[in-house]
Write a protein that binds this ligand. Structure first.
Ligand code: DON
Length: 309
């Protein structure tokens, strides 16, 4: 097991924690501004079922963009690759996560990848279900299977807070509708999307999701294939190329493992065949990634030569 024990991991957390003062909690979703900027916690779940933890690991947070990896896995299971990639691309953007610019400049107009907001909105629109409630319930049930925890749920307060302020995401939806990428009611899509982003858990649950992906879709607890191998690999590839947005290149150089961040401060990271890692640190850098969380992963990766490259 890396990091020997919880004590050593706690030392690394305390070191990385000093960076939290240089970051800023997200406030464009008002409910996220209530987070404690100094928090930093981590869980490392080995595929054999051992777990190392440090920091306030019981603290829960909303997945935000981390959910994009999981909605992508679900729609690929629902529809297959051809259907999905006719509506969303496979290329990194080098733009911020919420940029709308390339929707206009790229022809034919389709979001460049499923990790940016525009692409994730298109993906969420593809979740199968007769009603908006059925769609979010299917995604939540899938995530409960991955965490092996049926108490994982939607934080309605955070969902509502985003729903009431998501003008840029709404603009992207209308743009996507104009170009035939999505159909149906934009307000219903926004409801599913904001609830998806507000699915809440702690870093232990998140680390377990990472362990499923580390095992290419086999659940470490139940040994069941809960995501087809090809889809699990595809999700990890997107995490490497686009998971940290316009910091994905730097993260690949400094840390070198598939990862996905969210603006609530979570990071899901994967050491293939070995570990799932869940990090929470709500102080963000200017690109929307957990500032201390990235540093902590960098220190652990360096110490244990975790880079896949
Ligand atoms: O759509 C949004 O803006 C948020 N619900 C999610 C953005 C996000 O987490 C970007 N990640 N770093």
């Amino acid at each position: 097991m890396i990091c020997q024990n919880d004590n050593h991991l706690t030392q690394l957390v305390n070191k990385a924690k000093t960076l939290t003062k240089n970051g800023k909690v997200a406030d464009y979703i008002p409910a996220l501004a209530e987070a404690n900027k100094a928090d930093l916690s981590i869980a490392i779940y080995s595929v054999e079922g051992a777990c190392l933890k440090a920091g306030e690991v019981q603290t829960t947070f909303t997945l935000q963009s981390i959910s994009k990896v999981l909605s992508l896995a679900l729609v690929l299971m629902d529809h297959g690759q051809e259907y999905v990639f006719n509506r969303v691309g496979m290329e990194p953007t080098g733009d911020p996560f919420n940029s709308i610019a390339k929707l206009e400049t790229i022809k034919p107009s389709k979001p460049l990848n499923p990790m940016i907001n525009a692409g994730a909105l298109a993906v969420t629109n593809m979740i199968k279900g007769k009603t908006k409630d059925e769609k979010i319930e299917r995604l939540l049930a899938f995530i409960q299977t991955l965490t092996n925890n049926s108490s994982v749920s939607v934080c309605e307060r955070v969902a509502r807070s985003e729903f009431n302020h998501a003008w840029l995401n709404r603009s992207m939806c209308y743009f996507l509708k104009e170009h035939g990428i999505i159909e149906g009611d934009v307000e219903a899509l926004m409801e599913v999307y904001t609830k998806q982003c507000a699915i809440e858990m702690n870093c232990y649950d998140l680390a377990k999701i990472g362990a499923v992906l580390a095992l290419n879709g086999v659940h470490p607890d139940t040994k069941e294939q809960v995501i087809p191998e090809r889809i699990a690999r595809l999700c990890k590839t997107f995490m490497v190329t686009c998971g940290m947005y316009n910091a994905s290149g730097e993260f690949a150089i400094k840390v070198g493992i598939p990862a996905k961040s969210g603006v609530a401060g979570g990071i899901l990271a994967i050491v293939p065949n070995k570990y799932g890692i869940g990090v929470y640190g709500p102080a963000l850098d200017e690109r929307g990634n957990s500032i201390a969380g990235c540093k902590l992963l960098e220190m652990i990766s360096e110490e244990h030569s975790l880079s896949i490259f």
